[in-house]
Design a protein around this ligand. Structure first.
Ligand code: NPW
Ligand code: K
Length: 459
């Protein structure tokens, strides 16, 4: 599991550890990890030219000590101090190692180390920092802890910021490493363990081993009913494809049986494509909404009346309030969530985390806000971010497959938060598997899920 802690949590853990360690030891751990990460990127130190952008705080201190490490290995290191003060010990260490402070000709560097601000940054970057970033545009950047200029604890971006190739962070991930748009500015994130003892994290990202432990697997004595039956109420005469793709997601084999109880106009098509799908009857979870046209309200009503968990998608989201307080997963994209909250789409896209949490609280249900890094929020504010996927997944019908897949996980007994986060992880990873860097369509994603599940480590 990748865990992202808040700045106050990191500060508290840091204070705890600082009290037990000799002075400067923590920063040395951080700077050593940073120095080696820069070395990795450069391939070698000797003769390489490194520019440190240094702010007034400990983030700049990390950059200076890492610069000293690189200078001792033969790199030409220069520090550009952006504030009237800089970490004194770091400045002395860089000087002692042969690094230079001052007069900088930015175009000549192999790498820039962004030590402008880390978790102590507040508000927009100052003009001096912005000018420095403009001067080094085009040079690869390693960000220290966080890309300067992004909001560490929300993942929001308001104004100029560093766009890093690599971000080296310390002790734990922060929200900005997972949540867009800030996550897009991080590049590859490298975590250096500095020994912090941290509490439960409010934001996390499942990894393959976590999904392997959560994904439902049949027991020796299971039969199709004990593995769970998922029902699909999606598609219509106008949108039969939505029925097919929702059923394709539900029929990836993670539940024991799939029932189709949507518009009869789509039934023949569903049966022809998925002969294993049966008609209406008892289910352990419903998938409602995609392409159901004018039947969406009735479908949500009937599904809620059944008392089983449900996925509410697409057209049915207009009636999501009917599912309030139920074990439900609502699966809007940014435009749909904007309508659910009566705000502009741009506001949702600027503040993903805030809006996913707000909707989860307001609708008292798990909300899965679809995006490059999908955000899954519980009413109590806990969040999982999906980091699997490929840009090729932006294709029609992919959301229908996701809804069906999550429904099958609900039917198999996962709680809504687990079903949504595991379903979203599988959906993204299956897309990557199917795509192999090339184009895919939604049905390819569903078709890749069984092979993907087979590759998961056995818990
Ligand atoms: N926590 C840990 O476990 C460990 C933490 N470590 C490291 O410490 C870092 C945190 O250091 P920190 O607390 O000194 O704050 P930091 O981010 O350097 O910046 C603060 C200063 O920047 C300024 N400033 C503020 N906003 C600004 C803006 N928008 N634009 C421009 N300038 C701005 C402001 O100074 P001012 O100019 O106002 O005097 C403020 O005082 C952390 O990210 C990690 O790298 C590791 O070494 C070891 C383990
Ligand atoms: K930084």
């Amino acid at each position: 599991m990748i865990r992202a802690h808040t700045t106050p949590q990191v500060r508290a853990a840091e204070a705890d550890l600082l009290a037990r360690l000799p002075e400067g030891a923590l920063m040395q751990r951080a700077a050593t990890g940073l120095g080696y990460a820069v070395l990795d990127l450069l391939g070698a130190a000797y003769g390489r030219r490194v520019l440190l952008l240094v702010g007034s705080g400990d983030n700049g201190g990390d950059a200076l000590y890492a610069g000293a490490l690189l200078a001792r290995r033969g790199a030409q290191v220069e520090a550009w101090l952006l504030s009237s003060s800089a970490h004194e010990g770091g400045v002395a260490a860089l000087r002692a190692a042969g690094g230079r402070i001052g007069a900088v000709r930015p175009a000549e560097f192999d790498v820039v180390v962004d030590g402008i601000v880390g978790i102590g940054g507040r508000g927009r970057l100052r003009p001096g920092a912005v000018a420095a970033l403009e001067a080094v545009a085009g040079v690869p950047v390693v960000a220290v802890d966080t890309p300067s200029g992004v909001d560490v604890d929300t993942g929001e971006v308001d104004g100029p910021h560093v766009t890093a190739d690599v971000t080296v962070t310390f002790g734990t991930h922060k929200t900005c490493h997972l949540v867009d748009p800030a996550a897009q500015a991080c590049g590859a994130v490298h975590l250096v363990d500095i020994g912090l003892d941290l509490p439960e994290a409010p934001v996390e990202a499942l990894q393959a081993a976590d999904v392997a432990a959560l994904v439902p697997r049949p027991h020796l004595d299971d039969h199709k009913y004990t593995r769970g039956v998922v029902g699909v109420r999606a598609g219509s005469a106008a949108y039969p494809g939505a029925a097919l793709l929702s059923v394709a997601g539900a029929a990836c084999g993670l539940a024991g049986m799939v029932r189709y109880d949507g518009d009869p106009a789509a039934l023949d098509l569903v049966r022809a494509a998925h002969p294993e799908v049966v008609g209406p009857g008892r289910v352990q979870a419903w998938v409602v909404g995609s392409g159901s046209d004018t039947g969406a309200e009735d479908a949500v009503h009937r599904s809620v009346a059944d008392g089983v968990p449900l996925v509410v998608d697409a057209d049915a989201l207009a009636f999501a309030a009917l599912a309030r307080g139920r074990p439900a997963v609502l699966t809007p994209h940014a435009g749909e969530l904007a309508r659910m909250l009566d705000v502009d789409r741009a506001e949702v896209e600027a503040r993903w985390l805030e809006h996913a949490r707000l909707a989860a609280r307001r609708y008292d249900a798990v909300v899965l806000l679809k995006g490059r890094h999908t955000v899954v929020a519980r009413p109590d504010g806990r969040v999982r971010v999906t980091t699997t996927g490929t840009p090729w997944l932006a294709t029609a019908g992919a959301g229908d497959v996701l809804g069906g897949l999550i429904g099958s996980l609900l039917a198999a007994g996962l709680d809504p938060f687990a079903a949504a986060s595991v379903g979203s992880w599988l959906h993204g990873a299956a897309a990557t598997l199917a795509s192999r860097h090339g184009p895919i369509v939604a049905s390819d994603v569903a078709a890749a899920v069984p092979a993907l599940v087979a590759t998961l480590p056995t818990p």
